[in-house]
Write a protein that binds this ligand. Structure first.
Ligand SMILES: Cc1cc2nc3c(=O)[nH]c(=O)nc-3n(C[C@H](O)[C@H](O)[C@H](O)COP(=O)(O)OP(=O)(O)OC[C@H]3O[C@@H](n4cnc5c(N)ncnc54)[C@H](O)[C@@H]3O)c2cc1C
Length: 557
């Protein structure tokens, strides 16, 4: 045997599983198709947002959260409707995960040296129904160091285990087959790829220079989702979301290729909920791309006005930062919109300065570098938009600015093949909205939402601009942002039980085969159901990777 356990995929889930194994003395082969620069996978690029319930950070900000509230939110978002079948384990994972987030998670993170910022963000504010989708309260805790701060302890553990002789890295080893014989996982076979010193995230060559086979008592699959493979995204795009856009941008590196899903199915694992995906509608073309089609997601505050490609304000709950998939559904299923791949934000300089955040570790260099002074200077005390946002404003292909609305709309029209926007129509809607600003109450639900958000101190201080008229010249210049659909997360995948054991079509575990992280729908084959509450993907990798590592260690004792 080459190892006690083979872990396929050196992203967050794989690293956590490897740590659980090596800390129990198991010998691990950690196999990845990419080079050592990419250790940590997507999590390294991530914003590092973590879903926690009733945390000390929330309490300090006056947020009253509880397991009951979070579990109600989770169920309302997930909408599990396959509980006797594809959701049977997902529901159990969901409950266990919310219990973890409301209980042990905070101390467990602390134990690994993972620190959180004192502010708590309010992601996915929801679909405006108490029993529906969304977070009733802010729960998005950003890690000090962003995603790099989440992976760092596990990368360190893996390197230490390698020095101790317990872990062997197999970089540039692409797994093509899981070896399951007589119902038991025995190893992996695959292709050795040519050396490629590509920098982190840059797509690497697939030139084959040989074949390999590794054997072990157990195999843990932690190979991520399908986000970079638009063919698979299109193949499983659900009818309820209309037709996929002709053009999408890509929110993940090219190695998130989805190949291991079918390879796992060939080995007997059951794939479930493949029609559930989490793509964003506020994607920007990166002016400084790392991977092919590289897109960045805006994490918007609530004040930008959202218009469809034909210049009509989007209806509730399609408001910035509220309900990702309802917005995607609206844009893809409304008859005269489905031929257009984009939508628009119109906002003011005052809004962009306070409300635009960009997801990704490299877009938040101050937090990523754990530089307290820079965070204070750039985010709280500084004038103007944070540096990376300002760079998009100046260099991004999707941004236009103007001193008045007519000029703005003219420039927006220049970003599409045909001019689709009528400045008079856009003006009428913005003026109607601006008339609602005279009182501290209003009939406009977005303005109600802005005022509601500002009752939370975290939003008032750091995230939501003082309410103002969009057409107030003092708040300008005006900004138009062309928004694209950006592929990111895979919500379904390999069905697993609470020990992360991969299940076969008959519902029984395949001996020695485990799956965790995004490839397993972050636990159970779809812990999120249809919708995510955000910050739940990294957490899902931690929780399911931990379960896989512990169970595989027990099996190989
Ligand atoms: C920009 C960005 C921002 C994000 N922000 C957040 C956030 O704030 N909060 C949050 O919760 N989530 C966030 N996410 C999502 C989260 O980072 C991912 O869902 C998570 O990191 C997935 O981890 P994983 O270990 O399951 O898979 P991955 O990180 O995708 O790792 C899988 C590894 O498997 C390897 N692999 C794949 N196939 C094979 C094969 N056949 N043979 C060998 N190796 C293979 C790949 O090369 C890769 O290294 C973000 C993601 C991105 C990209």
């Amino acid at each position: 045997m080459d190892a006690d356990v083979i872990v396929v995929g050196a992203g967050l889930a794989g690293l956590v599983a490897a740590h659980e194994l090596t800390s129990r003395g198991r010998r691990v082969a950690l196999v990845d198709q990419e080079n050592s620069n990419n250790l940590g996978g997507q999590a390294f690029w991530s914003f590092g947002g973590l879903f926690l319930v009733d945390s000390p950070e929330q309490r300090r900000l006056g947020i009253k959260d509880s397991f009951d509230l979070a579990w109600n939110d989770w169920q309302g978002s997930a909408g599990f409707d396959r509980v006797d079948d594809e959701d049977s384990w997902a529901v159990r994972w969901a409950r266990a995960y919310v219990e973890f987030a409301a209980g042990e998670k905070r101390t467990w993170l602390d134990g690994h040296g993972i620190k959180l910022l004192p502010t708590v963000g309010w992601a996915e504010r929801g679909d405006l129904r108490a029993h529906g989708h969304g977070n009733s309260v802010p729960r998005f805790h950003v890690t000090w160091g962003t995603g790099t701060g989440v992976v760092e302890p596990f990368v360190d553990h893996a390197r230490q285990a390698a020095r101790d002789g317990l872990l062997t890295f197999y970089y540039r080893h692409q797994v093509d087959e899981l070896v399951v014989e007589e119902g038991e996982a025995r190893g992996v076979r695959g292709t050795v790829l040519a050396e490629d010193n590509a920098a982190r995230g840059v797509s690497s060559s697939r030139e084959a220079i040989g074949a390999f086979e590794l054997t072990a008592q157990a195999v843990v699959v932690t190979t991520g989702g399908i986000g970079a493979n638009h063919d698979i995204v299109r193949e499983y795009w659900p009818e309820r979301l209309g037709t996929p856009p002709a053009e999408m941008i890509t929110g993940v590196p090219a190695y998130v290729d989805g190949r291991m899903l079918d390879i796992s199915a060939e080995a007997g694992a059951r794939l479930v909920n493949r029609d559930r995906m989490w793509h964003y509608t506020e994607g920007l073309q990166n002016w400084n791309p790392v991977w092919p089609g590289h897109g960045i997601r805006i994490l918007p505050g609530p004040s930008s006005l959202w218009f469809d490609a034909l210049g009509r304000r989007l209806p509730d709950p399609c408001l910035p930062g509220y309900d990702t998939l309802s917005t995607l559904k609206y844009l893809r299923t409304t008859e005269d919109l489905a031929d257009h791949d984009h939508s628009w934000f119109i906002l003011t300089q005052k809004i962009i300065e306070k409300e635009f955040a960009l997801s990704g570790s490299e877009q938040n260099p101050d937090i990523t570098a754990k530089d307290k002074k820079a965070v204070l200077r750039d985010r709280l005390l500084g004038k103007g938009a944070p540096g990376p946002v300002d760079a998009f404003l100046r260099k991004g292909a999707d941004f236009v600015t103007a001193g008045n609305l007519e000029q703005l709309v003219e420039k927006m029209n220049q970003l599409t093949d045909k001019p689709l926007l009528d400045a008079a129509v856009v003006r009428r809607q913005i003026e109607a909205r601006d008339l609602q600003m005279a009182n501290p109450y209003s009939k406009d639900s977005q303005i109600q939402g802005i005022r509601n958000a500002r009752r939370y101190i975290g939003d008032r201080l750091g995230r939501v601009a003082t309410p103002h008229r969009i057409l107030d010249p003092a708040a300008g210049p005006l900004i138009g942002v062309k928004l694209h659909v950006l592929t990111r997360k895979t919500l379904g995948g390999i069905q697993t039980d609470l020990d992360s054991r991969a299940l076969a079509a008959d519902g029984k575990p395949i001996a020695g085969l485990y799956a965790a992280g995004e490839v397993a729908g972050f636990g159970g084959g779809g812990v999120h159901g249809y919708n995510a509450l955000e910050g739940t993907f990294l957490g899902g990798c931690l929780f399911s990777g931990r379960a896989a590592g512990r169970a595989a260690a027990k099996q190989t004792a």
